[in-house]
Design a protein around this ligand. Structure first.
Ligand code: F6P
Length: 280
């Protein structure tokens, strides 16, 4: 696992440089989710692939930017699904973006997840690595330094409600309105990594991306986004569900499958489960 940790660190430093200097124009290509790829998405994907190719323990990679999985080392045991630059369209308005990694052993699937990691590129570059514990690292003078372990409070104060409100199910809107009526504060940038990072570091709350009328299976991708953050939140003492079921109990049929998702402190997620079990 140490070699993977180092490869992610090496990738993060190179992606940070690319963000700082690269022209962020649109490419002519679309990714598997039908989004037009930015040059920066492609560049970040290439950097990660290059760094992972040097790690013999990695068997196969699947990238949000690639249609198919790619075999790297026949004898490796780890399968890594990654989103090289999540929220990359926020770079041109100078908001934070991130890379997300799900590390699976023996094949892809929530039940095979052994670690998860994400990197936030903001005013500072931070990395969160979840294995047995959830640890925060900060890039300082060219190296990632350990900062602290992360633990979620039982109840938080922040609310990050994703998706277009007019397409939310009515009971979801009532639930979110009720949270705000209790004093929760809105914190939503439109970048999954910084939005979930903020809730984690500020002690808790709820990030939601529900099933909507235009996206009945949600928007966020299971292997690249949903399972890794579910793993991080659970290891930090929170919970992650699709409404009624733990996200980490879900399967997947295709590497680009999506799921409605809710990540948060235990208190907020218990409200989600109550509301959804009565309505779905
Ligand atoms: O991966 C897609 C993404 O950009 C996430 O980073 C983010 O949480 C979400 O989409 C935002 O979606 P919306 O604009 O629909 O709320």
């Amino acid at each position: 696992m140490n070699d993977i940790f180092s490869a992610i660190q090496a990738s993060a430093k190179r992606i940070k440089e690319a963000i700082d200097v690269k022209d962020i124009g649109y490419s002519q290509q679309e990714n598997s989710s039908g989004e037009t790829q930015l040059e920066l998405d492609i560049k970040s994907d290439m950097i990660i692939e290059e760094e992972f190719s040097k790690v013999a323990s990695i068997h196969t990679i699947a990238s949000e930017e690639k249609t198919h999985q790619e075999l790297l080392h026949e004898d490796g045991k780890y399968y890594i699904a990654y989103d090289p630059l999540d929220g990359s369209s926020l770079v041109d308005v100078n908001l934070s973006v991130g890379s997300i990694f799900g590390i699976y052993e023996g094949g892809f699937g929530a039940d095979k997840m052994v670690a998860a990691c994400y990197v936030v590129y903001g005013p500072r570059v931070e990395m969160v690595f979840a294995h047995n514990k959830v640890k925060l690292y900060l890039l300082q003078a060219g190296d990632f330094e350990f900062v602290k372990e992360i633990h979620l409070n039982n109840k938080g104060k922040l609310m990050a409600p994703g998706g277009t409100q007019q397409n939310w199910p009515p009971y979801h809107k009532v639930m979110i309105d009720n949270f705000f009526a209790q004093g929760y504060r809105l914190r939503y940038s439109g970048g999954m990594v910084p939005d979930l990072h903020q809730i984690l570091l500020k002690g808790g709350g709820l990030f939601s991306y529900p099933a909507t009328s235009d996206k009945p299976d949600g928007k966020l991708r299971r292997l690249f986004e949903v399972f890794p953050f579910a793993f991080v939140y659970e290891k930090a003492g929170g919970e992650a569900v699709n409404g009624t079921e733990p996200l980490l109990s879900l399967g997947f049929a295709h590497v680009h499958d999506t799921s409605p998702c809710f990540f948060g402190s235990k208190k907020e997620v218990s409200v989600v489960k109550e509301v959804y079990s009565q309505n779905v």
